[in-house]
Structure formats: C-alpha cells, structure tokens
Design a protein. Structure first.
Length: 146
C-alpha cells in the first residue's frame, strides 16, 4: 500500500521546503536578504547580459508574470537595471549591475553552505546520483514550467 512518504510529488515538495528554508537560513545568517529566485535571476543575468524578462523567466523556470516583481525588487536595490532593448524598443533588456555582481561574489559561500546542508545526509556518490536523477527527471531544464 502506498503511503505519502513513497509519493515522489510529496518528497519533492518536502525537499523544496527544505531547500528554501536552508537557503534563507544560510544567507540570512551571513547578512544577506536574498531569495532563491532572486539569486537565480542574478546568476542568470550575469551569464546572459541583456536578455529580456520573458527569457529570464524561461531560463530559471519561473512564471513570466511573477518574475516582474522579482525584477522590480532587484532593480530597486540596485542589483540590476532595465534598458530599452536595441532590437525592440517596446522591450526592456536586463543587466546585472556592479553592485549585483559584488553581491553574487560575496553570497556564494553562504549558498554553497546551504547546498551542503541540504544534502548533508548523503555521501558524495549519493549526492552526485541525486543531482543527476533530478536533472534527468526535469529534463535538465524546466523551460516549460511557469
């Protein structure tokens, strides 16, 4: 007989709860006020300068409408800026600022500690296996999510 503890959806939801709570605990303890989605947005913008909002949402598998609030908050804090797109004057391209880049440089150690904490019950081989299986399960890119 199935129990809730054998349902992948339940276990994935629980892991997501653990991931968010651990990320918040580690980053707040290190003096940062940053959500996992804000972190993902900044990392993605650092690697993809000038992308538009919809592209950012797709790359981090986040809802296209909700990403607007994330961008607004990051912009208000000086971590990114919106510029008129060179290819479409109606669109805005996104760029991480020097302040955003500096934030990423300093927050990475806390993020790495959070990742280690999340997987602390697994040995290195199990960690590698879990990450490979999660990547396989989501198709190594959940662009359709959101």
């Amino acid at each position: 007989m199935d129990t809730i503890e054998t349902l992948p959806g339940h276990l994935i939801r629980r892991m997501q709860q653990l991931a968010v709570a651990t990320f918040a605990a580690e980053t707040h303890a290190a003096g940062f006020d940053l959500t996992p989605v804000q972190f993902a947005a900044l990392v993605t913008l650092e690697k993809n300068p000038g992308i538009e909002q919809a592209t950012l949402a797709a790359l981090i598998a986040y809802d296209r409408v909700t990403i607007g609030g994330v961008i607004t908050r990051l912009e208000a804090r000086g971590f990114l800026e919106r510029c008129v797109s060179k290819s479409d004057r109606r669109a805005r391209s996104l760029h991480i600022t020097e302040r955003g880049t500096a934030l990423l440089r300093t927050v990475w150690p806390a993020v790495r500690r959070a990742q280690d904490t999340m997987l602390s019950n697994l040995d290195p081989t199990e960690r590698d296996t879990l990450l490979a299986l999660l990547g396989k399960a989501i198709g190594n890119g959940a662009a359709d999510a959101g």
